[in-house]
Design a protein around this ligand. Structure first.
Ligand SMILES: *Cc1c(COP(=O)(O)O)cnc(C)c1O
Length: 380
């Protein structure tokens, strides 16, 4: 089969063209209003997102990495405090911990969901542990209920990194449901263009059900001031542009549809790739919906890189998220974490491969991708 346009990992243009009229109009309105900083779309979007997530307070900020930093500042974490993060994650989570002089402590992840587990967190707890950062990797929630129990038994804060899982729903044992990011003390998300809810530049947000904490987040994000020129604490300047808020205001009502499109694309991949020996399709967590920020395969037996180049030769992009565990990164290496410290995370770095996934996936294109994956294993 010959496909028309080059296959892309993420297709932002086609989505834009579908929503163009509304997005152009909203952006035009900002240009005419001239309220580029903290404009009306920013206030509106904070309220709309809070309503969508069913959470008390949303505070927007400049990007997802800032959101994590603001969360740790608002929680008054101090140098020497330990924060537990997964060894298999995007670097942002660990970076802000180190920047603030806190100590990142890694924990291994579940081999099926790639997420932090309460058992693995328990294994690395110390009297200095102050917070846990579960990352809802690739679009499904970490198993939060056991983590919440562990946190409350040990007086720890939970900061959820939901940059990849906005719109995902977590189910408690009693049937209660909560949106990703609204389960722990603070949720952090990113509106980086390729995220499930993306703007056309950088953007981020924090969410919390604790009104006091919500107020502190707002103050920290705004130079530590509640009242102009009175700086009650050390803060930063971290704002969502009004232009980006305008884009997000248009996109937010479409988020359930975006998630559905991703889930339908994932179901098609599943159907075609579910029975390939040597290949594991994504496992769905029992307690969470999956919004497929990534569709991530596990390739057994050291074949991953060969499969990746086989796909590349067929014009199919595929990406390795992530090739190196946190404790092995040059900037974060410590003697106490030799190779083999986190065997699941280390194995995943050798096995994972993410296929193209976005809201505009074309069925014929997916069929071609699946056929090329199957071809690789048949040729073995
Ligand atoms: C994208 C991402 C971030 C950082 O978001 P930015 O807006 O790029 O700063 C943090 N954590 C995870 C898991 C991410 O995927």
């Amino acid at each position: 089969m010959i496909t028309q346009a080059p296959i892309q990992m993420v297709d932002l243009k086609t989505q834009y063209l579908r929503l163009k009229t509304d997005i152009d109009e909203a952006m035009q309105q900002v240009l005419l209003n001239g309220d580029f900083i903290n404009g009306s779309f920013v206030r509106q979007f904070q309220q709309d997102l809070a309503a969508f997530l069913d959470v008390e307070r949303v505070v927007t900020c400049a990007n997802g990495t800032d959101a994590l930093q603001l969360a740790m500042m608002a929680l008054d974490l101090k140098p020497g405090d330990e924060v537990i993060v997964p060894a298999f994650t995007y670097v942002a989570t660990a970076e802000v911990i180190a920047l603030l002089g806190l100590t990142p402590v890694w924990a291994d992840v579940d081999p099926d969901t790639f997420n932090l587990t309460a058992e693995n967190v328990q294994a690395v707890l110390t009297p200095r542990t102050k917070a846990i950062v579960p990352v809802h990797l690739f679009g499904q929630c970490a198993d939060m209920e056991p983590l919440l129990h562990l946190a409350s038994a040990n007086g720890l804060a939970i900061i959820e990194d939901t940059a990849q899982a906005i719109g995902s729903i977590y189910r408690f044992a009693d049937g209660t449901e909560r949106m990703a990011g609204t389960i722990g003390d603070i949720g952090c998300t990113s509106f980086f263009p390729s995220k499930n809810l993306g703007c056309y530049g950088d953007g981020g947000a924090l969410m919390t059900n604790d009104t006091g904490l919500g107020e502190r987040l707002r103050i920290v994000a705004n130079h530590g001031q509640r009242q102009k020129y009175i700086h009650e604490r050390v803060g930063v300047n971290s704002r969502l542009d009004t232009l980006q808020a305008a884009v997000l205001s248009v996109k937010l009502p479409h988020l359930p549809d975006f998630s559905r499109r991703r889930q339908e694309a994932a179901a098609r991949y599943d159907e075609w790739l579910g029975n390939v020996p040597g290949l594991r399709i994504p496992v769905r967590a029992a307690a969470s919906t999956h919004v497929f920020h990534q569709y991530t395969l596990k390739v057994e037996g050291d074949q991953r890189d060969a499969l990746k180049s086989h796909l590349q030769q067929a014009g199919i992009p595929a990406m390795v998220y992530y090739p190196m565990a946190m404790h092995q990164q040059p900037a974060y290496r410590r003697d106490e974490y030799p190779a083999g410290s986190f065997p699941v995370s280390e194995a995943l770095c050798r096995q994972v491969l993410s296929l193209p996934m976005h809201t505009e996936m074309d069925e014929a294109e997916q069929e071609y991708i699946a056929a090329k994956v199957i071809e690789f294993f048949n040729a073995e």
